[in-house]
Design a protein around this ligand. Structure first.
Ligand code: NAD
Length: 368
């Protein structure tokens, strides 16, 4: 039996933010990061909530790759404030922190019921606005821990490109490559199906059409809006199909060396395509064909897809080698055992089309 879950109501386009005024509830708990406050984005959300007669309190201490400690602090405040509405405003970090706070608060006190979760992404990257996933960092273990539960699938996502306009080029690049990795890994994953394929292919086409435009001109609102859609569609795909080894390895690089998630994915993706191509080369060729890349033979299709990903990285100043990510060589080599073990145990490895051994992952890391 195959299932596809697309539960989140998605509002998008110009002034999509005005949909907040139609919300019902008593008290909203806004989870965000300090930058959103500085930019006035939080005030914009508060004004809409006031028009809907909803009171609010704000937790604005989320850092990139949110830690368990931050989530704990937010959970304590959420329980104290009490809320029937949670608004996540920010990139994947703020969204994931909000999801985790909601999860732990509900576990601690289920008596008040599950609040509604409304998500306003301010990066086009994680797709977290439609997924059952949250990633929290255990700083003591230097590990990123994904938690999956249908309860944290957001009820509503507001995709308003005005909130992504200020994203600097380096973050646009990394988050955009995160979208591409989600979509490509979803497309070749073992549970991929007709519905996940639809979302994944559309997202891949949009990344190749709009990402560079966003990177070169952050004020290109058509491109910004379409990258938000691509990110959301890729999220719909992988939420149902799972991901692959690029993500498993990116999680360990993020946990140990704090490499931005999308950047780690971008560097790893070409190596993972090559690793998988023995098993799913026809699938990769199909993507190359859809992108109108040279693909007369299966091999040519696979090679041109790898080259297209590398080309996109180069255009946006993303290196194509892990050694260019600023990790000290000796630290990288002494961590190989830990990294390959963590990546092997990561849940994303389970849905990768080619089942790797720990040795395979070590080799992949060495090659990259
Ligand atoms: P992020 O949320 O960490 O944000 C990166 C930086 O960009 C931050 O400093 C933030 O303040 C800034 N920023 C965000 N929006 C901005 C804007 N509009 N203008 C200017 N600056 C802005 O980055 P991200 O890539 O969106 O999220 C990464 C996190 O999401 C990681 O922890 C990753 O593991 C997780 N993740 C989760 C899922 C999921 O399904 N839940 C999927 C992929 C990744």
């Amino acid at each position: 039996m195959t299932q596809f879950n697309g539960r989140t109501k998605i509002c998008y386009g110009e002034n999509a933010i005005n949909n907040l005024e139609k919300l019902t509830g008593k008290h909203a708990f806004i989870v965000t990061d300090p930058f959103m406050v500085k930019m006035g984005f939080t005030d914009r959300v508060i004004s809409s909530l006031e028009r809907a007669n909803i009171t609010q309190s704000v937790f604005d201490k989320v850092e990139p790759d949110p830690s368990l400690e931050t989530v704990q602090k937010g959970t304590v405040k959420l329980l104290a404030d009490g809320a029937d509405l949670i608004i996540a405003l920010g990139g994947g970090s703020a969204i994931d922190a909000a999801k985790a706070m909601m999860y732990f608060a509900y576990k601690a006190d289920p008596s008040k019921g599950k609040p509604q979760l409304v998500v306003i992404p301010t990066t086009s990257g994680t797709g977290s606005e439609v997924t059952a996933v949250t990633v929290v960092t255990d700083t003591a273990q230097q590990m990123k821990i994904p938690l999956i539960d249908d309860m944290i699938v957001p009820d509503m996502a507001v995709l308003d490109a005005r909130f992504t306009r200020s994203v600097p080029p380096s973050v646009t690049a990394a988050t955009g490559m995160d979208v591409l990795t989600h979509a490509l890994e979803a497309y070749v994953s073992t549970p991929a199906n007709a519905f996940t394929d639809l979302y994944a292919v559309h997202a891949i086409k949009y990344v190749f059409r709009y990402l560079l435009r966003c990177y070169r001109n952050g004020d290109d609102m058509e491109a910004r809006q379409n990258m938000l859609l691509a990110s959301c569609m890729a999220g719909m795909a992988f939420n149902n199909s799972g991901l692959g080894v690029a993500h498993s390895v990116a999680h360990t690089l993020g946990g140990l060396f704090h490499i931005p998630h999308g950047k780690a994915n971008a560097v790893l993706l070409p190596y993972v395509i090559r690793f998988n191509s023995f098993d799913v080369r026809d699938r990769y060729r199909t993507i190359a064909q859809k992108l109108r890349l040279p693909s007369e033979t299966v091999e040519q299709g696979n090679e041109s897809l790898i080259e297209a990903v590398r080309w996109l990285n180069v255009q946006m100043g993303i290196p194509n080698r892990i050694s260019d990510l600023g990790i000290k060589e000796d630290e990288f080599h002494t961590s190989l055992e830990t990294m390959s073990k963590h990546a092997l145990d990561d849940m994303c490895t389970k849905t990768n089309p080619r089942r790797p051994s720990q040795r395979d992952i070590r080799q992949l890391l060495r090659k990259a």
